[in-house]
Design a protein around this ligand. Structure first.
Ligand SMILES: Cc1cc2nc3c(=O)[nH]c(=O)nc-3n(C[C@H](O)[C@H](O)[C@H](O)COP(=O)(O)O)c2cc1C
Length: 333
């Protein structure tokens, strides 16, 4: 496959606004968390946690893939390295209604690395290219994106990144989310790999210059919307933020106005939490444990005097579900 398919795909790009997205994060960005973020912004693009292709094909699909229709626009991130399995998983995900399918080429965990996918794939560009090509064919009109690092181990990003992008673009991918640091596959834990290798934004900006027709999305270490705004549309098409949004979700208040330039949609955390209480009521009525929802709200009041009290309620072992929801109500204005 050459540029034809890639060019055809560019016409679909307009459908997804990638100005600002929430990073895929294992054990964080599940359906409850995404619903919460969606209440804070109608425009953000949200991502699933990484789901391995085999789990999608052979596992409990309903549990792994289902989501609330209000979460749209939503992307699924898939982990794998077998074009056939990735294509099958892509088809299944699209039948569930995901708006974008993303291939993980950035996860450095030893489990993922020993399966030779995630960041380890940066050492095998031809295989990434085959995987993406198979996914693009399976995806039909739905865009396929790649999330990568700037390189791994002793690779030279200046050398590897342009050739990686160029090759994978030729397989039909027009969107590259780049975590702007290397992954060190041996010797650093996943957590250390999100901190220790230094951030290198300039190389990501360079990629946007080299490939002006592609959507390059900068990820890594961005702490505020003001910082994001400095990059968006100037140096890269979009920005992806992970930890800061998860730990301090109130940075999303006003995001629709300040980043997406949409008026009249400003939310406040108290109203959002009232909606989350309704959401929890509904989860409870279906027999689900609301602790799985509440844990994602823990940072809602970060930096305010309410934060400590709120977290005490959220993580209480003494209070029943109902008591927790009532206690949260009393903390809201
Ligand atoms: C708890 C946690 C889990 C993560 N899980 C994934 C994952 O499943 N897939 C992925 O591509 N990146 C994953 N990441 C990396 C983030 O997507 C992101 O690239 C990284 O945190 C850097 O962005 P940030 O500095 O804005 O957090 C994870 C990060 C964290 C903190």
């Amino acid at each position: 496959m050459g540029r034809d398919l890639s060019q055809a795909k560019s016409s679909w790009l307009a459908k997804i606004n990638r100005t600002l997205s929430v990073a895929p994060m294992m054990d964080c960005t599940d359906r409850h968390c995404r619903y919460f973020h969606r209440l804070l912004s109608k425009n953000l693009l949200v991502y699933s946690e990484m789901i391995v292709d085999r789990s999608i094909i052979f596992g409990d699909r309903e549990r792994l893939l289902s989501f609330n229709p209000k979460e749209h626009p939503i992307a699924i991130q898939i982990g794998g390295n077998d074009p056939k399995l990735l294509a099958e998983a892509t088809k299944i995900a699209i039948d569930f209604g995901y708006n974008e399918v993303n291939l993980n080429v950035g996860c450095p965990s030893s489990r993922v690395n020993s399966g030779n996918f995630g960041a380890a794939l940066m050492k095998n560009v031809d295989l990434v290219s085959e995987c993406v090509e198979a996914m693009v064919r399976a995806a039909g009109n739905t865009p396929v994106s790649v999330k990568s690092r700037i390189g791994v181990d002793n690779q030279d990003p200046e050398e590897i990144l342009p050739s990686f992008i160029s090759k994978v673009r030729d397989s039909g991918c027009n969107t590259f989310i780049i975590h702007a640091r290397k992954a060190i596959l041996k010797g650093l834990s996943p957590k250390e790999n999100r901190k220790i290798p230094p951030l290198n934004y300039p190389i990501v900006f360079e990629m946007q210059k080299y490939f002006p027709d592609l959507e390059i999305i900068l990820n890594g270490g961005i702490k505020s919307l003001a910082e994001a705004k400095n990059h968006i549309g100037k140096k890269v098409v979009g920005v992806m933020i992970g930890r800061e949004i998860y730990e301090n979700p109130s940075i999303l208040i006003n995001v629709d106005r300040d980043i997406f330039d949409k008026g009249g949609l400003v939310s406040n955390m108290d109203d959002v939490l009232r909606s989350m209480i309704d959401y929890c009521d509904n989860e409870m009525s279906q027999g689900f444990n609301i602790d799985h929802v509440l844990k994602h709200l823990k940072g809602a009041f970060k930096g305010t005097p309410t934060s400590k009290k709120f977290k005490r309620v959220v993580f209480s072992r003494e209070l029943s579900d109902l008591e927790k929801l009532n206690a949260i109500k009393t903390l809201l204005n």
